[in-house]
Write a protein that binds this ligand. Structure first.
Ligand SMILES: Cc1ncc(COP(=O)(O)O)c(C=O)c1O
Length: 445
């Protein structure tokens, strides 16, 4: 069995964790804080568990400069669980906003004699029509995960309510690998432009399978000065499962950021949601389950209900505190090592490793072909083909890599090829060893 230090693991998730954190975890599993009781054995409602939760939130807030008007939630169900949770929540918000507006308008109309009651029935009729004709969820589909999220939305609310504003494959021979210009996106028109506006715009910041990352926050999703009230700004939801805490993010531009922990932050089992407080009660109102049912819209499981989770400080039901502790340790260590640079410090390292690997691949175009277009290459998941995708050559590449302790390089089963995941716990030394192997393989050494 090779020692851990001899193995350089580039798996896409679950992914490597810092050895120092795992060493501390092994102690904590046996006896947390020398209590004789292990971390997986303590109550999620104990003082220790509450402290673990508070510490993890504090480290995340420091690293990402999360503004005070955002709530951090920890849930289970993975990134896929949040594909559903965002739909439940954003649809419910949209419906309630429309219901309140209909009630206000119709109350006045009835008082003015312009229409006749009963009010409740009139409100429902108008709401039903608005849901049928105007409820839209916008998806930017740039890879396998945003595709899956859009499919889940269609499964929950029906395909007519899902507006795939962009399917990047249509511009790239049926394959993911580019992000077409924003001028080609077909976002639902925004309220102040005369259209109904969508309940949300969803994108996946980093597509793990396809190696496509948004280089920056999309221009067309920026709130404009004309968005006098928050209601008119686009509700932007981003899946950051695979590039969370790897670069600077202006959290204030997002309504919701979510991600499973098992790439950059921790182990599988816990999912992080950062949600604007104005989208939660008491500021925001959500549609009542009875109304949603009458409108043929879904009512989500309580464990995915963000207001319930927020109200209970993520402890509505048994939270895997060990997972939160791991994430907290990973982030606390980053707070220490990055110092005043915060997450920008980690970004420098991530960028350096990515530059090294892409630079090496680009030096041997006769051997390697990076799959995504240059402008959207992921800094986290470096996807490439060897010898034009020749099966035997790619097998030989992987076998040679394993001999040098370079593991986890096989591409996702849906696309094949090679994928080197460059998450935070992959050290610069590991990246250098991989770059050396890329050189040697290309030169036939
Ligand atoms: C970008 C992205 N989103 C969502 C998911 C789904 O996460 P989970 O397996 O935790 O449901 C993944 C999984 O790899 C992912 O990479």
């Amino acid at each position: 069995m090779p020692p851990r230090s001899d193995v350089h693991y580039f798996g896409a998730g679950p992914a490597p964790l810092p050895t120092s954190v795992l060493e501390r975890a092994s102690q904590a599993l046996l006896s947390y804080k020398d209590s004789g009781v292990g971390l997986c054995e303590i109550s999620h409602r104990s003082g220790d568990a509450n402290q673990i939760l508070a510490d993890a939130k504090a480290a995340m807030t420091t690293l990402l400069d999360i503004p005070e008007d955002y709530e951090i939630l920890f849930l289970q169900g993975g990134g896929s669980g949040e594909f559903s949770a965002v739909v439940y929540h954003m649809v419910s918000l949209w419906v309630e906003k429309r219901r309140i507006r209909a009630q206000e308008d119709l109350t006045v109309a009835i008082a003015d004699g312009k229409t006749e009651g009963p009010l409740e029935q009139k409100v429902f009729q108008r709401l039903k029509q608005e849901v049928d004709e105007e409820l839209k969820l916008d998806y930017l589909v740039t890879g396998s995960w945003s595709l899956k999220a859009s499919q889940e939305a269609a499964r929950l609310v029906g395909a007519p309510h899902v507006n795939v504003a962009l399917d990047a494959r249509t511009e790239n021979d049926g394959q993911f690998g580019i992000i077409p210009p924003e001028s080609t996106w077909k976002l639902t028109a925004r309220t102040r432009e005369g259209g109904p506006g969508s309940a949300m715009v969803y994108f996946c910041d980093n597509e793990t399978v396809d190696g496509v990352e948004f280089p920056s926050f999309p221009e067309s999703l920026q709130a404009c000065p004309e968005d006098a009230v928050d209601d008119d700004a686009p509700m932007v939801i981003a899946d950051m499962s695979s590039n969370f805490i790897s670069r600077k993010v202006d959290v204030s531009k997002y309504s919701v950021i979510f991600g499973g922990a098992q790439k950059n932050v921790g182990n599988a089992g816990v999912t992080i949601v950062i949600v604007k407080k104005s989208l939660l009660p008491p500021t925001a109102n959500l549609a009542k389950p009875d109304l949603l049912r009458k409108l043929n819209l879904p009512v989500g499981p309580i464990v995915f209900d963000w207001p319930t989770i927020a109200k209970n400080n993520s402890l509505y039901n048994t939270l895997p505190i060990f997972d939160v502790w791991i994430a907290g340790q990973v982030m606390a260590d980053l707070v220490q090592t990055c110092g005043s640079k915060k997450i920008a410090g980690q970004q420098e390292v991530s960028d350096e490793k990515a530059k090294l690997l892409y630079g090496t691949l680009d030096r041997y175009p006769q051997v390697y072909r990076v799959v995504p277009h240059q402008s959207v290459r992921s800094r986290m998941n470096i996807c490439f083909r060897v010898a034009g995708g020749d099966e035997q050559k790619e097998k030989a590449f992987l076998a040679g890599a394993e001999k040098r302790g370079l593991m986890g390089l096989k591409g996702h089963r849906s696309v094949g090829g090679i994928r080197a995941s460059n998450y935070n716990a992959v050290t610069l030394d590991s990246a250098k060893l991989l770059a050396k192997y890329l050189e040697d393989f290309a030169q036939g050494v």
